[in-house]
Design a protein around this ligand. Structure first.
Ligand code: ADP
Length: 168
């Protein structure tokens, strides 16, 4: 399987595209979004301003600026509201839309953070299962994307993705 689970800081990954767990304004925030904007430098925010936001479950692409990654794919994940607001389908859509954009931009390597499981409080085990399912399905038909890395910031997150991959 060309899906790898690692523990680390996604801002250090020298891949073709890293994914940003953004919010719908695309104007930066806390968590991984803040870390990506700090590492990329102010030009990233300038490009993001011109995008005029992004809907939950969709994705938009920018350059990586000072990051080692060539591109940043920004996707606002769903805020967990108890599971009745199509959160699962929206999260699956985030992964699919990001991978589709990566494919269009001829990316070979892509790194994802654990979308929505931080301040958006999506249940971790459920989010991991959706992520692994969508990435594995995409890799089966992808022409360009060859390697996807799930970059988990902490051990608990990595364990959840390891389990999801083992069960896949
Ligand atoms: P969301 O709003 O989508 O929940 P968060 O940024 O709050 O996004 O959290 C998403 C995940 O990203 C969490 O598991 C968080 O620990 C993780 N995270 C935070 N900083 C980084 C980083 N530099 N690299 C990778 N993951 C990170």
């Amino acid at each position: 399987m060309n899906l790898q689970i690692e523990q680390g800081d996604i801002t250090t990954y020298a891949v073709d595209a890293i994914v940003n767990a953004a919010n719908t304004t695309l104007l930066g925030g806390g968590g991984v979004d803040g870390a990506i904007h700090r590492a990329a430098g102010p030009q990233l925010l300038t490009e993001c301003r011109a995008l005029h936001g992004c809907r939950t479950g969709q994705a938009k692409l920018t350059k990586g600026y000072r990051l080692p990654a060539k591109y940043v794919i920004h996707t606002p994940g769903p805020i967990w509201q108890g599971g009745t607001a199509e959160e699962e389908e929206l999260l699956a859509s985030c992964y699919r839309c990001c991978l589709q954009l990566a494919e269009e931009k001829k990316c070979r390597t892509v790194a994802f953070p654990s979308i929505s499981t931080g301040v958006y409080h999506f249940p971790l085990e459920c989010a991991a299962k959706i992520a692994v399912r969508e990435i594995a399905a995409f890799l089966q038909t992808a022409a360009c994307v060859q390697k996807v890395t799930m970059v988990c910031f902490d051990g608990r997150t990595k364990a959840a993705y390891d389990n999801a991959l083992a069960e896949q």
